[in-house]
Each structure stands twice: as structure tokens, then as C-alpha cells.
Design a protein around this ligand. Structure first.
Ligand code: TRP
Ligand code: ZN
Length: 883
């Protein structure tokens, strides 16, 4: 029905991969920097692959070519041609030197890709973003990750306007020039792909720290930020040092340059970027201080700092052959970052947080028209593939492999992977081969996980034979699944498990008749369609605890009774599985409420939580998570005809039942007890108390709205830090309490000069559920502080609305969809990457109930019929509409 629009781009296919016909051995870049215009001379030493005879073709987009020379001679116009963003040049030989000079327009670059201006023309600074294909916006180059070159970069600029000049690599001289100008040179001794190139120039402040690596290299760590932000960089510096030590200890990886620069910017398309020796961060992933940063954000800063640092080995020293291998660096680095965060904080809480994210962001992606394998087979715009699937599911796949090999085996395999692929552009096969060979295991069956989309389902059923005292666990995976028509090949699914007695104790496990008292937990691997595992010497019918720690990214279907889930919720020592049992129970209770059927699950859930609520042995933060049912997005995944308003209402009703079971007095008392400890310390106990305090206040607001809002208002005004302040504000906004207006005004005045704090002011207000949200969005769009030019601001208002507030966005009249479609058109003209990411909020529209579905379809089809959409947005809209 929908003809391919003219801008529908051609597809890049993994199966079309060819090694580069031309490589670049050395690159010399010479920049003359200016805000409106910057000029750049590039000198490339070319190497030709003797087995191929393709002409020299270089990528280049939106470049103004000023001059072009080959081997010292100016090229005549007949010797080169430019079409389709490719410059083709005649007469190049192996060893030829190509020199080009181009002009760039940083201040006019609103896409934030290539060289651009962050902040105002007067006070802002220049920086670059090259991943995935931004380098072609800077100079003509074979802009692909399997071309590794040695970079020498010279920056020249006016000293007063650009006192700080930075590029990746080691510093190699600096000095004065005539007319108030100066220069600085950087040489990177490690050959790298073009996507890891970076420069920064402007007025920046710095904090520094000296670091000595385990292998004895003295390194200067430097974090740069604008003057109003530099005091908020100390936490990131500590996190950086912790990350570096951790990578030395956990993976034996040392840093490899004399300096490591980190820069914060408010204008950035994603979280952060691992440019070699010059990481660049979205300010929201770097800046932290108690008055404006929440506990969750502190942990996020620590995680992102670690993530980018870890890329120095998993991504930079060993890079990707092509962008289909993106998860080779991203999945692996997320996994490394998760392990680090688990070591620095609470491991079970981290696991709960990661799985909750996977279910909220990746499962829906994998169940809708945007589903794609962790290693996609094709794409039209690579920027659309920096997804939850490539990152989070990719990390889950690495976790499965690590689990299969065990701690030491995985470390041996990783050592081999880094050694063998150092300085290379690798593939996922290289990764599996290195891990497998060192452990004498064939891991290639795991490739199937990388090649198919959709979340696999795992069925489990148990049978107890009380004569033979045997427990048989039968696991199966359906042969076809996901949303694909393709038959699935069976996947290897590692299932970590334990068996519990009805008294809540773990049984020793034996599969061959021999009981070892030590083994109460083991991993079985399902690698066929169906398989049975027989446990012997089982004295009574047990309750299995399956998929412990979420040992594989699947949807588990197991016919537990509510009592069995309640038993696991009460007794499982695996913190993740305890939480998981509660989630399953809450989801059942939700379904019963929805269907109006008898609700044993609700009773069992509430009773179990009431016991845990009074149990002093349980950690406050874990308790807070246990008291939280699955979110609205997760619950929607269980529906075939989605009505987000009804889901919201049912979830509220579920929580109200829980609150009633706990009792208004118990909730008030617990709140008061927690409030006596109010502080802004960052230790685990203080953070956990704040987390539970927030949850208790939310539950209380369902029973005694006026009372809870009075507490919230008091908490807001007395809060010593952002976590308590924002939690209180959120309760006030959601209740639409009389105190809300004053609190919002106070917040606004208090944080007027802090962009990141102001982002939260926008975001919290559009969390108001249902009908009223849209008017709030429109009103806030008129606020002088709102702009479509800043990705963080767009995310804080529009992103928080379309993604964080399902009942508000999915209005039955379709006004939410129309608003999004209109804004996407404007945004696409400014920043296609941000527009495309926001557009993924339309994912899953086919499963909405009919009225909403029709309204969404109309909005999406309207967008699809527009001329001149970016390749980024066109690909998302086309997929969402037609797949
Ligand atoms: N490689 C980055 C990371 O995950 C993310 C990234 C990819 C990015 N493309 C980007 C960041 C564009 C900013 C802009 O660590
Ligand atoms: Zn990354």
C-alpha cells in the first residue's frame, strides 16, 4: 500500500562486505578553527590493495572543497568527480599522497555530527562527533571502521577565543602564531578508525589528577568543562580512577597514552563518546553534585564514565570490522560496565535495574516492527541501530557466554581476544573463537542468538515422582517464534537453577544419583527444542527457582501457583529471583484484576510483601524494588489490544491494594522513621533509605492523598539534596496537589541557571498521567527555556512525554500522536538523529486497541507521505509503518 518514497534509502548489507580497496596509512590534519567557518587541510598517505583494482573513492558530505592535490600536483577538474556523497579520484597509486583543503561551517551545524558549536557563538566551544559516519562531514576519507590510520593533528586558532586546543593522542608541541593566534599538535601512536577522531577548542576549565597504571605508565587525567560546570566534575574524576583500576584488576587492561581527556558538553546526541584519548560526554552523564543530581544519576555518571573508559580496549584497541559488528564493542562494553557497577554498588540491585531496563526498552523493541537481530543483516542508516537490542541484549549475550565459561575461563578467553585482535578490526566470530578456543568449547552455536530477532520463550514444567524421589524438569523452546515468520534454530539457553523445599530451604542437587552437599545451584543448558533434566534424591516435591540472576534473556513461562511464587518471594536468596517472583506474582494479580477473576495472586503478593515490610534483615533499596509492580510498558507487553489508560488505572488499583494491605499507619510510621535519617550522603545505606522513603510516600499517596502531599511539600522544602527534592516534587505533580504550583515555582527559581536541573523540571511535569498531560506539554513548549535545538531539552519534555507517560501520550483522541508527528517534522530539519530516536515512540502502534491504532496510523502515514525527510527519520517511519 505504501510505495517507497523517493528518499527511501538503499540498503547496506552485511553479505556485501568487502575488504577496503584503499587504506590510509597516515593522516595529517591541519585545522584553522573559527566559529562560522573552519578550514582543514588533510594529507593522506594511501595504500592500495594489490588484489583489487577499484578506483579511489572517498566519503564526504556537505564539504566545500577548496583545493585538491595528488602527489603534489593540483588535480584538474576532469580527474575527479563527486556524486552521491562520494568523491572518485583518478590516477592514485599505492603510496600516493592526497591533499585536500575544505571549508566547514560549525555554527550552522545543528545535526551535531561532524564539527559543531556547543553553546552560544560568543561563549560556546567547538567540538566533533564522528561515530558512526561523522568523519565524512569533516574531510574526504574512506570513512569505515576497518581503515586504521596513524593521526597527526594540528589545531590553529585565535588564542583569546580558543585558549584550549585538544585532540586525541599525545601532545606533541604547541606555540604562538602571529596575530594573537596559537597552535597545538597531537600525535596518536595507536592506529585508529576515523570514527574515533576528535577535537575540542574553546574556553574550558580543567581539573586534573595524576595516575600511574599497573604497568607503570604515568598518565595525566584531565576533565574539561565550561566555567559554571567545572566544580561538578570531581565525582566523575573519582569514577574515572575507579574504572581504570578496575579494568587493570578485572581484565588486566592498562591505559596506553600519556594523557586522558574528558570533556563535558550540553549539546550532544547521545550519552557519551569514546574518542581515543579524548572522551566527550553529554553533561548529564558527567556532571554531578548533591544539590542538583539524584542518586540514580550519580550511579549513571559512574557507569557512563566507566563505559567510555572501557571502550579504550573493547572498541578502540580492538575495533569493529564493519557496523554490523557494533555489538562487538557495545554489548561487550555494556557488560563490562555492568560488572563494574555491580562491584562498586549492590550486585543484586544492579541486576534488577538492568533487567528492568531490558524489559522496558528492549523487549518492546524486539516485539514490534523495529525488531532486529543483535547483528542486523542490513540497514539504511546506521545511526538507527544504536539500540537497546545492540546494547542491552548484546550485553546479555556476553553475560551468557561469561556464565558458560565461568570466571577464570572467561578471563582467559578475554585475554586471548584482546591479544589476538589488538590493533585490528574484528568480528563477532573472532570474539566467539577466542573465547571458545581458550576453553576448548565450541561457542559458535551462540551465533544463532546474534542472528535472530525477537525475544525467545522458554517453557518449563516440573514433575515429581514421589516413589523414586525424582524431580524431572522439562524445558522447551518453541521452534518458531518472535514476530518473524522464519523458523528459529534452537538456541543454547543456559538456565541457572535451584530447588527449594516447601519450607524455603535450598536442596542439594544431584543429577546422577550422587548428592553433593555443596551444590545447591547449577546451570543446565537447553540446546534442543525440548529437553528433560532429572534430579535424584529429592525428598519432597520442590519449588524450582529458574533462570536465576536472569541467566538468559528470554520470557520464561512456568505454571507456578501463587503460593509457589510467594515462597520464592519470601525465601529465595538470589536477590534477583526474589524480586522476579514478586514481579510474576504482581503481573498475575494485574491480569486477574483486569479479567475480574478470583485473585489468589493479589492476596499472596500482598501477604508476602507485608511480611517483608516488617523484616529488618532486608535491604531498604531491595524492599523499595520489591514494593514496585512491573511498569506500564511491561504490563502492556502482555496485552494484545493495548489500552494504556486502562493499564494505568489497573496498575494504580493494584498498588492501592498493596498499600491497604500494608496499612496507612505502618506506611506513615515507616516514612517518619526513614525521614529522621534525612541527609545528602551518597553511601549505600543513605541512598537505600531515600529510595524506600520515596516508595513509601508514593504508596501512602494512594491511601491518604492530602496527608501524603503535606509530607511531600515538607520534604520538598527541607530536602538537603536533589533525590529527596525531586521525589517529593514528583508525588506532588502526580497528585496535582494544591502545593504543586508553589513547589514548581520554587524549583524553577532555585535552579534557573542549571540546564540539567531545568531538564528535570520539564520532565517531572509531563509525568502527570492521562488527559491533562498534553496541555501541560503544550504549555511547557511555550516556556522561554524550551528549545528543539538542544537534545537534552527535547528529551526532557517530548521524550519524557511520549516514552515515559503512556496514558498521557496515547490519548484516545490521537492528539498525542499528532503532536509528535508535527514536532518530528520540525526536529528532523534540525537534527535527524534526535528526530529518528523520538520517532521510535510509534513502535508497537499495531497492537493498540482499534481507535488508538487508527489514530496512530493516520499520524504515521501522514509523516511517511512527506517529501524530504532525512534518511534517519524516513527509515524509522518506513519500518514502523510497513513491517
Ligand atoms: N559509541 C558511543 C557509546 O556508546 C555512542 C555513540 C554512537 C554516540 N554514536 C554516537 C554518541 C553519536 C554521541 C553521538 O559509548
Ligand atoms: Zn559504547
Amino acid at each position: 500500500m505504501h510505495a517507497l518514497s523517493p528518499q527511501t534509502p538503499s540498503l547496506i548489507r552485511l553479505s556485501d562486505y568487502r575488504t577496503p580497496a584503499w587504506r590510509v596509512e597516515t593522516v595529517e590534519l591541519d585545522f584553522d578553527l573559527g566559529i562560522d567557518a573552519s578550514e582543514l587541510s588533510a594529507r593522506l598517505l594511501l595504500r592500495r590493495d594489490p588484489t583489487q583494482d577499484a578506483p579511489l573513492r572517498l566519503d564526504g558530505e556537505n564539504l566545500q572543497l577548496l583545493s585538491i592535490k595528488l602527489d603534489g600536483e593540483q588535480l584538474p577538474a576532469t580527474a575527479y568527480r563527486y556524486a552521491g556523497n562520494v568523491l572518485e579520484i583518478d590516477g592514485a597509486r599505492d603510496g600516493s599522497v592526497l591533499e585536500t583543503r575544505v571549508r566547514l561551517r560549525p555554527a550552522a551545524n545543528t545535526a551535531l555530527e561532524g564539527l559543531y558549536l556547543s553553546g552560544s557563538r560568543e561563549a560556546g566551544f567547538l567540538l566533533t562527533q564522528c561515530e558512526a559516519e561523522g568523519f565524512r562531514h569533516i574531510t574526504y576519507f574512506p570513512d569505515r571502521p576497518d581503515v586504521l590510520s596513524s593521526y597527526t593533528v594540528t589545531l590553529r586558532a585565535d588564542r583569546a577565543r580558543f585558549p584550549v586546543l585538544l585532540a586525541g593522542g599525545n601532545p606533541d608541541g604547541a606555540g604562538e602564531l602571529e596575530g594573537g593566534r596559537h597552535w597545538a599538535r597531537f600525535v596518536d601512536p595507536h592506529p585508529k578508525p576515523s570514527y574515533l577522531f576528535a577535537l575540542v577548542a574553546g574556553r574550558l576549565e580543567v581539573i586534573g589528577r595524576d595516575y600511574v597504571t599497573a604497568d607503570g605508565r604515568a598518565v595525566q587525567l584531565k576533565i574539561w568543562a565550561e566555567v559554571d560546570a567545572i566544580d561538578r566534575c570531581h565525582y566523575a574524576m573519582d569514577a574515572l580512577e575507579r574504572s581504570m583500576r578496575w579494568d587493570e584488576q578485572a581484565y588486566g587492561r592498562n591505559y596506553d597514552l600519556d594523557v586522558f581527556h574528558v570533556v563535558a558538553t550540553h549539546d550532544f546526541n547521545m550519552g557519551a563518546m569514546e574518542n581515543k584519548g579524548l572522551n566527550i560526554f553529554n553533561a548529564k552523564c558527567l556532571l554531578a553534585e548533591p544539590d542538583s543530581t539524584t542518586d540514580d544519576e550519580y550511579r549513571h555518571v559512574e557507569a557512563v564514565v566507566a563505559h567510555e573508559y572501557f571502550h579504550n580496549w573493547s572498541g578502540n584497541r580492538v575495533t569493529c570490522r564493519d557496523w554490523f559488528q557494533l555489538s562487538l564493542k557495545e554489548g561487550l562494553t555494556v557488560f563490562r560496565e555492568q560488572s563494574f557497577s555491580a562491584d562498586m554498588n549492590s550486585a543484586p540491585l544492579k541486576r534488577i535495574e538492568d533487567v528492568a531496563l531490558l524489559r522496558r526498552a528492549q523487549f518492546p523493541e524486539d516485539a514490534g516492527p523495529l525488531a532486529h537481530p543483535v547483528r542486523p543483516a542490513q540497514y539504511s542508516e546506521i545511526n538507527n541501530f544504536y539500540t537497546a537490542t545492540v546494547y542491552e541484549k548484546g550485553a546479555e549475550l556476553v553475560r551468557m557466554l561469561a556464565g558458560a565459561l565461568g570466571r577464570d575461563g572467561f578471563r582467559r578467553g578475554m585475554d586471548r581476544y584482546f591479544e589476538r585482535n589488538d590493533g585490528r578490526a574484528a568480528t563477532l566470530e573472532d570474539f566467539l573463537a577466542a573465547l571458545g578456543e581458550t576453553n576448548h568449547i565450541d561457542l559458535m552455536p551462540y551465533l544463532a542468538w546474534y542472528g535472530q530477532a525477537g525475544t525467545p520463550r522458554l517453557k518449563a514444567r516440573g514433575h515429581y515422582d514421589d516413589v523414586r524421589h525424582e524431580y524431572t524438569l522439562t524445558l522447551s523452546q518453541p521452534a518458531s517464534g518472535g514476530n518473524g515468520t522464519e523458523a528459529r534454530s534452537p538456541l543454547p539457553i543456559p538456565v541457572k537453577l535451584a530447588l527449594f523445599t516447601r519450607q524455603g530451604n535450598m536442596l542439594p542437587l544431584s543429577m546422577d544419583g550422587q548428592t553433593s552437599k555443596e551444590t545447591t545451584e547449577m546451570v543446565v543448558v537447553l540446546d534442543r527444542i525440548e529437553q528433560s533434566f532429572v534430579f535424584t534424591n529429592v525428598i519432597a516435591a520442590p519449588v524450582p527457582s529458574l533462570l536465576r540472576g536472569f541467566s538468559a534473556p528470554v520470557i520464561l513461562e512456568c505454571d507456578y501457583t501463587p503460593d509457589e511464587l510467594a515462597l520464592l518471594l519470601a525465601h529465595d536468596v538470589d536477590g534477583f529471583n526474589r524480586w522476579e517472583a514478586g514481579q510474576q506474582l504482581a503481573a498475575r494479580a494485574y491480569e486477574n484484576l483486569r479479567d475480574g477473576t478470583a485473585n489468589d495472586a493479589l492476596l499472596a503478593w500482598c501477604d508476602a510483601l507485608a511480611l517483608l515490610f516488617d523484616n529488618d534483615a532486608i535491604d531498604d533499596a531491595l524492599l523499595a524494588d520489591l514494593l514496585t509492580p512491573p511498569g506500564e510498558i511491561e504490563l502492556a507487553e502482555r496485552e494484545t489490544s493495548i489500552d494504556p489508560q486502562r493499564i494505568h488505572d489497573l496498575r494504580q488499583a493494584l498498588q492501592q491494594q498493596l498499600a491497604e494491605r500494608l496499612g496507612v499507619d505502618a506506611l506513615r510510621q515507616r516514612y517518619a522513621a526513614l525521614a529522621t535519617h534525612t541527609n545528602s550522603e551518597l553511601d549505600a545505606v543513605s541512598q537505600a533509605r531515600r529510595r524506600l522513603k520515596r516508595r513509601v510516600l508514593e504508596l501512602l499517596s494512594l491511601l491518604d492523598q492530602a496527608g501524603a502531599c503535606a509530607l511531600a511539600a515538607a520534604q520538598y522544602h527541607a530536602a538537603p539534596g536533589m533525590t529527596d527534592r525531586l521525589a517529593a516534587l514528583s508525588v506532588l505533580v502526580r497528585c496535582d496537589a494544591p502545593q504543586t504550583v508553589a513547589a514548581l515555582r520554587d524549583y524553577r527559581d532555585r535552579h534557573a541557571g542549571n540546564a540539567l536541573a531545568l531538564d528535570k523540571w520539564f520532565a517531572v511535569q509531563v509525568q502527570v498521567p492521562g488527559e491533562p498531560a498534553l496541555a501541560r506539554v503544550s504549555e511547557l513548549e511555550q516556556d522561554p527555556a524550551f528549545t528543539l535545538k538542544n537534545p537534552n531539552r527535547v528529551q526532557s519534555l517530548l521524550g519524557a512525554f511520549v516514552r515515559g507517560n503512556p496514558s498521557g501520550f496515547h490519548r484516545i483522541d490521537g492528539a498525542g500522536y499528532r503532536l509528535l508527528a508535527e514536532r518530528l517534522v520540525t526536529l528532523d530539519g534540525l537534527n535527524p538523529q534526535v528526530a529518528a530516536r523520538l520517532a521510535t515512540a510509534f513502535n508497537g502502534w499495531q497492537r493498540l486497541e482499534p481507535r488508538r491504532r487508527d489514530a496512530a496510523h493516520e499520524a504515521i502515514a501522514g509523516l511517511a507521505s512527506r517529501e524530504g525527510l532525512s534518511r534517519n527519520l524516513a527509515e524509522i517511519i518506513d519500518s514502523v509503518l510497513n513491517h
